[in-house]
Write a protein of this length. Structure first.
Ligand code: PLP
Length: 451
């Protein structure tokens, strides 16, 4: 066993971290997490930390679930790997596809991938293949949104709307256009949320008209933008998007990588907002993050065209439908069902978390608290009345994240918005713990800005 310092040294030497400011990391070294149970993780020094982010929006059934570990172990012994390419298939992939289409009955089939990013690359290729087979190959443009996150492969990053990603890497895949997000607190203050939702949704129509309706293939959006800062759209937004997609016959894609498998209190974000997507990328919560797995749920509209007389769809991954990952997913779905974790979010722990989280609104640093189900966001501002933000150089969100870590709580900072997405098994007492630690860390953050 190595000491913390040894791990940190080796980490600095050899481990290139994703999405990490290396300058900042170099100053202090990584926090080395070595075990986890339920809603908590522990670092190598033995500090217990409440995981308000369920890993990275994924460990929904909590850590240490023996049922998933056992299913993985059994599957590894029986059939650790086989592909689905050679007109072959195996029971875990078939059964998982069946169960997924049962959970979301408007979907006929599932195409498996290794991650959410691969799922979104698959979505792009399915969209383009679909319109080619419909004799409309000129329909290439996919409309996405600013501040969206759809992954880090070329397709996922191109669909994504983070300005810095596009700035760092130049022009990515062409034929992808970004419209504004339905971010009412930050961008819609002079009108009601309902009016603002309609305004932002109608940008889709204006953009289709500008590009030419015969060139537009699809619209993609996360039901709730996660990594962009937990942007909860006004109630008017998604119904209007659905209406416009129907009117122009373009494909509607809801990226369910975060919302999928219960976080809103419904099985999928599309169910929560009452929309009917044609394609639905999923990942993360499908296995509660225990083993990497993603997929695209394919509706009859798309599946009938792709599977018709078209012949082969030239696309697939070595790990498409990996049997061990599928076994983990089946055990995970069984837990979600047996413990009624999704209805628990809708009827019990979701409303309790939302109610308790709203008490943070009284803190002088807090501009808005928003959330839904087991999503939460606490937006920190320099001036509550005008919603004026802090100078980004002050790094207020990162300071708050650091205070949280030091005081036994993980919250993510998306610039100055603190994000939570805790595991579904969170108890009422753990909600109280989360909120009281958050208040304390907001105090410490306020003091560190003042001092
Ligand atoms: N789509 C959304 C909405 C996500 O939040 C993410 C990851 O956070 C992805 C796609 C990419 O998934 P992955 O990191 O598994 O490739």
């Amino acid at each position: 066993e190595r000491t913390r310092e040894e791990w940190q040294h080796l980490d600095r030497q050899h481990h290139l971290h994703p999405f990490t400011d290396f300058k900042e990391l170099a100053g202090k070294g990584s926090r080395i997490i070595s075990r986890a149970e339920g809603a908590y993780v522990w670092d190598v020094d033995g500090h217990q930390i409440l995981d308000g982010m369920a890993g990275l929006w994924c460990v929904n059934v909590g850590y240490g679930r023996k049922e998933i570990a056992d299913a993985v172990y059994t599957q590894m012994q029986q059939l650790p790997y086989y592909n689905n390419f050679f007109q072959t298939a195996h029971p875990p992939a078939i059964e998982l596809a069946r169960q997924l289409t049962e959970l979301a009955p408007r979907f006929k089939q599932v195409f498996f991938t290794g991650s959410g990013s691969e799922a979104n690359d698959t979505v792009l290729r399915m969209i383009w293949r679909y319109w080619q087979l419909q004799d409309q190959p000129q329909r290439r443009v996919v409309i996405s949104r600013k501040n969206a996150y759809h992954g880090s492969t070329l397709g996922g990053a191109s669909l994504g709307g983070f300005g810095v990603v596009h700035e760092q890497m130049g022009t990515l895949i062409p034929d992808i256009v970004h419209i504004n997000q339905p971010y009412w607190y930050g961008e819609g203050q002079d009108m009601s949320p309902e009016e603002f939702g309609l305004l932002r949704a109608r940008e889709l129509r204006d953009t289709i008209e500008e590009i030419g309706a015969d060139k537009v293939a699809a619209f993609i959006g996360e039901p709730i933008q996660g990594a962009g800062g937990v942007i909860i759209p006004p109630a008017t937004y998604w119904p209007e998007i659905q209406k416009i997609c129907d009117e122009y016959g373009i494909l509607l894609v809801t990226d369910e990588v975060i919302c999928g498998f219960g976080r809103t209190g419904e099985w999928f974000g599309a169910d929560y907002f009452g929309v009917k997507p044609d394609l639905m990328p999923v990942a993360k919560g499908i296995t509660s993050g225990y083993i990497p797995l993603g997929g695209v749920m394919v509706s009859e509209r798309v599946s009938d065209v792709l599977m018709g007389d078209a012949g082969e769809f030239y696309h697939g991954f070595t790990y498409s439908g990996h049997p061990v990952a599928c076994a983990a997913a089946l055990a995970n779905l069984a837990i979600l069902r047996q413990e009624h974790l999704v209805t628990r979010i809708r009827d019990d722990i979701g409303p309790y978390l939302q109610q308790q989280l709203r008490t943070l609104q009284a803190h002088p640093l807090v501009g808005e608290v928003r959330g839904l189900g087991l999503f939460g966001a606490i937006e920190l501002v320099a001036d509550k009345a005008s919603h004026r933000r802090f100078d980004s150089k002050q790094g207020v969100g990162m300071r708050c994240r650091e205070h949280c870590f030091q005081n036994g709580l993980i919250m993510r900072a998306v610039s100055d918005t603190m994000i939570i997405a805790p595991p579904f098994i969170l108890s009422h007492a753990q909600v109280d713990e989360l909120v009281s630690k958050a208040w304390k860390c907001l105090d410490l953050t306020a003091r560190s800005i003042a001092g």
